[in-house]
Design a protein around this ligand. Structure first.
Ligand code: ARG
Length: 458
């Protein structure tokens, strides 16, 4: 394509290091889509004849059909997807193919293709995340009143409901989706027509190509348009945050599935056995979601470092923008799908969760709050009295609610029978009915609200 200036061809190593067809063939559809928009505009602007444009369009559609059927052939000598398409076009329609590249460069072409691809990727992730949110909301609604221990420092803190715990992840994913939506809104400008770096002298119509390609407007600075990849990094950063959330959820499933917790039984479909220990049932899918988050962080780091310090405008380093984005996208898609399956089909052992909450003195705060509210004792003193009650319960190997009233009154005479009402885990969660709190009624409200919001999107 650029052989005119050279006497000798590239060495085998040069070809190999230069070629991106191995990965950029992944956006052949976007490449052809952008070329169709470009050629239509060229003829509307009378930069090429309608006849030539028709021949080029027809050729591009034939190539699309070929690729759809047989995949993209890889020829390292043809470097990248752009050259593959152009080369095949010339084979199909002859020298008129050369007119397609009027008033554009591979620099604005690749920037356009990649934006289109990332935009589709965002839409795909968004749909998948909505599915996972739906699964969380369903399970949360089902377990809105099932009590489990809530933890801080992974120590039993206060009783919460399983529904509340699951809805916490729904909220994280809601914010993740808004981060992807922000990234989408920002990337939705068309670089096409920025040409190599400075724009073009041909009377092109950038608004027209932007519109056909679904962009909100053309980019305002040609140097910026061909040389920034912040849209890809926006995607990766949103993907990173999302992967961190998925990794935390995966980690909970891993802990909960351990024999010591026994809070959840992962379905056979998302577990593996051991080749040597017949009793094993391993949460491999959850562990890989946790592991994949590390690789997604790595992809974000890779592109960040690639872009750091590049002078304007295009440099070939930027060809390396694609593998990290593709890798992160694939890993994220798999992670979302695996977590959705686990959330949908896991069996929660609610009896065991309740027993753990009861055994862990999780209602100690309720006890202290009662001393403040009903007995009029200052909180610091109430905290101390409660601590003594917990110590006594531990000594007797009993739950706080199992201590006889006389034993409590021996600690502090201001305690009366009414305290027994607040020591059960059910009373505790029902009492926490502030907005955003764990009370079953609040969880059901939040689940209903979330369900309605998800349905409204459909
Ligand atoms: N394959 C290249 C890339 O992905 C296309 C742009 C090439 N531009 C150039 N000036 N060599 O970045």
């Amino acid at each position: 394509m650029w052989g005119g200036r050279f006497a000798a061809g590239p060495s085998a190593i040069m070809r190999e290091i230069n070629a991106s067809i191995g990965f950029d063939k992944r956006f052949w559809r976007e490449d052809i889509q952008a070329s169709l928009a470009h050629v239509t505009m060229l003829s509307a602007q009378e930069i090429i004849t309608a006849g030539d444009a028709a021949a080029i369009r027809e050729g591009l559609l034939r190539i699309a059909a070929e690729y759809e059927q047989d995949g993209v052939p890889e020829d390292l000598a043809l470097e990248d997807i752009h050259m593959h398409v152009e080369h095949r076009l010339a084979e199909l329609i002859g020298p008129v193919a050369g007119r397609l590249h009027t008033a554009r460069s591979r620099n604005d072409q690749v920037a356009t293709d990649f934006r289109l691809w990332v935009r589709n990727a965002i839409d795909e992730v968004d749909r998948a995340l909505a599915g996972l949110q739906g699964a969380l909301v369903d399970r949360a609604d089902q377990h809105a009143a099932d009590v489990m221990p809530g933890f801080t420092h992974l120590q039993i803190a206060q009783p919460v409901t399983l529904g509340h715990h699951l809805m916490a992840y729904h909220e994280m994913l809601r914010r993740d989706r808004s981060r992807f939506a922000d990234a989408r809104a920002r990337l939705n400008e068309s670089p096409l027509g920025s040409a190599a770096l400075a724009g073009t002298g041909f009377p092109i119509d950038r608004d027209a190509t932007a519109k056909v390609l679904g962009f909100d407007r053309p980019t305002a600075n040609s140097l910026d348009a061909v040389s920034d990849r912040d849209f890809a990094l926006d995607y990766l950063m949103a993907a990173t945050q999302c992967a961190l959330h998925l990794s935390r959820l995966a980690e909970e499933f891993i802990i909960w599935a351990s024999q010591m917790f026994g809070f959840v039984e992962l379905p056979d479909e998302y577990s593996t056995g051991s080749s040597i220990m017949p009793q094993k049932r391993n949460p491999d899918a959850a562990e890989l979601v946790r592991g994949h988050a590390g690789r997604i962080v790595g992809a974000t780091t890779a592109l960040s470092v690639t872009m750091k310090g590049l002078p304007l405008a295009y440099s070939k380093d930027m060809q390396d923008d694609k593998p990290p984005v593709f890798e992160a996208h694939d890993l994220l898609g798999l992670s979302i799908a695996a977590m959705t399956g686990m959330v949908e089909t896991s069996r929660f052992n609610v009896a065991r969760m309740r027993a753990a909450a009861e055994a862990g003195h999780a209602t100690a705060t309720d006890f202290a709050d009662w001393l403040v509210r009903v007995a009029g004792i200052p909180f610091r003193e109430a905290h101390h009295i409660t601590g003594q009650a917990v110590r006594l319960a531990d000594k007797r190997n009993a739950a706080l609610s199992e201590l006889p009233l006389e034993a409590l009154q021996a600690i502090d005479a201001r305690i009366d029978a009414r305290v027994l009402d607040v020591l059960s885990v059910d009373a505790s969660v029902s009492a926490r009915n502030s907005y955003g709190g764990t009370a079953p009624e609040r969880v059901r409200e939040q689940a209903a609200k979330a369900k309605a919001a998800l349905q409204a999107e459909e």
